[in-house]
Ligand binder design. Structure first.
Ligand code: SAM
Ligand code: SF4
Length: 352
């Protein structure tokens, strides 16, 4: 990917005219925007306690983006330099035509990579389709490899099914990351055994800080026991030779490796927000709202804009305008959201 040589101080407007198809848009802090996370639905077949209440109320179908709307948004974003799309949710595999949608997104000029984040329920037999479609990577959420704890955390008895997906992905050539949100006393005692899985298996085992998006309408972010420093210290006490690999540009996970182990270990400081300085992503929620930061409360109703008849040029200008007014980081975005009395949603509507 070739980045335009733009100074961080330059406004986007100054550069619109000279940019060819696909040149990368920079935000107001000079960060290139190359990655869109799309929540295809808010519906889910699990009820992870950190993500949503048992009695979650899901959106009516008419509030979700249609396939045509999704494809328009992606092609407009590709036109200003987005190269990577992650399909998420809710559970993306609950979208009936997911595979066809992947195929169509992959055909959009400029899009180089399609990734998926899934809970893995009932999809082991879909892994060959993902390989055939050229899906670049799968993030599989598994907060415990203990069947009972998995059930407690997800409120559903689906461990065997998800474990089968884990093995199907391991045996495929798709890059696999397993994501576990770490909660004190709930699965914190599983950290070492999950990290130990990387001894024999070549995948990334990533531990995520718990964030305040559980659908309980938190007013403020409580402190968390298992932040990135605590997770790292815990890992080092069991793996004294743990090597730091660091973080690739704009990635959220800080990576580690135990010498001679086949896989890698990652920590994602989503609550501490240590990676915002290199953030290259924007989000489209299940309702079709643009978020330029996970912690903002939505900055543009893209779905409404499309349904009001906006042209692709108008959509592009509105999206670029939002990109030119991003928050510096997730701390600032959260402060502004709370200052406006706004509350955080469930992660299932945002897409993680
Ligand atoms: N259903 C899919 C899944 O679980 O992978 C995709 C959607 S889920 C909202 C995307 C990611 O967000 C998952 O890795 C999940 O663990 C993470 N997540 C959900 N709620 C979270 C929270 N409160 N704090 C941190 N991560 C969370
Ligand atoms: Fe569903 Fe994923 Fe939320 Fe769990 S984290 S309830 S699997 S959307």
């Amino acid at each position: 990917m070739q980045l335009p040589v733009l100074s961080p101080q330059a406004t986007l407007a100054q550069h619109q005219h000279s940019r060819a198809f696909g040149d990368v848009a920079l935000d107001n802090y000079g960060r290139p925007i190359t990655y869109v996370r799309l929540a295809l639905t808010d519906k889910c077949n699990l009820r992870c306690t950190y993500c949503m209440p048992e009695n979650m109320r899901f959106l009516a179908q008419k509030h979700l983006l249609t396939d045509e709307e999704i494809l328009r948004i992606v092609s407009v974003c590709a036109g200003f330099g987005v190269r990577k799309i992650r399909l998420t949710g809710g559970e993306p595999f609950l979208r009936p035509n997911l595979l066809e949608l992947i195929r169509e997104i992959k055909q959009i000029r400029g899009i180089e990579e399609v990734h998926i984040t899934t809970n893995g329920v009932g999809i082991a037999d879909k892994v060959p389709d993902l390989v055939r479609l050229g899906v670049a990577s799968v993030n599989l959420s598994m907060d415990s490899f203990d069947k009972n704890r998995f059930h407690e955390l997800t409120r559903r008895d689906e461990f065997e099914s998800v474990h089968a997906t884990f093995h199907a992905l391991l045996e495929s050539n798709i890059h696999l990351s397993v994501n576990a949100v770490i909660m004190d006393g709930k699965n914190s005692h599983d950290i070492v055994s999950m990290a130990e899985l990387t001894r024999l298996h070549s995948f990334d085992m990533r531990f995520i800080e718990e964030m305040p998006f559980n659908g309980a309408k938190n007013q403020s972010s409580p402190a968390i026991a298992w932040n990135d420093a605590a997770i790292e210290a815990h890992l080092r006490s069991h793996f004294p030779h743990l090597e730091s690999i660091g973080r690739t540009e704009s990635a959220t996970a800080t990576m580690y490796r135990v010498p001679s182990y086949k896989g890698r270990i990652g920590i994602i400081a989503g609550f501490s927000r240590t990676f915002c300085g290199a953030c290259n992503r924007i989000r489209i929620t299940a309702k079709g709202i643009l978020k330029t930061c996970l912690y903002d409360n939505g900055v543009l109703d893209v779905k409404q804009l499309l349904r009001d008849g906006a042209s692709n040029d108008e959509l592009r200008e509105r999206l670029l305008d939002c990109i030119a007014h991003r928050h510096k980081d997730g701390i600032e975005a959260e402060e502004q959201s709370h200052a406006h009395g706004e509350l955080f949603d469930s992660m299932s509507a945002i897409g993680g």
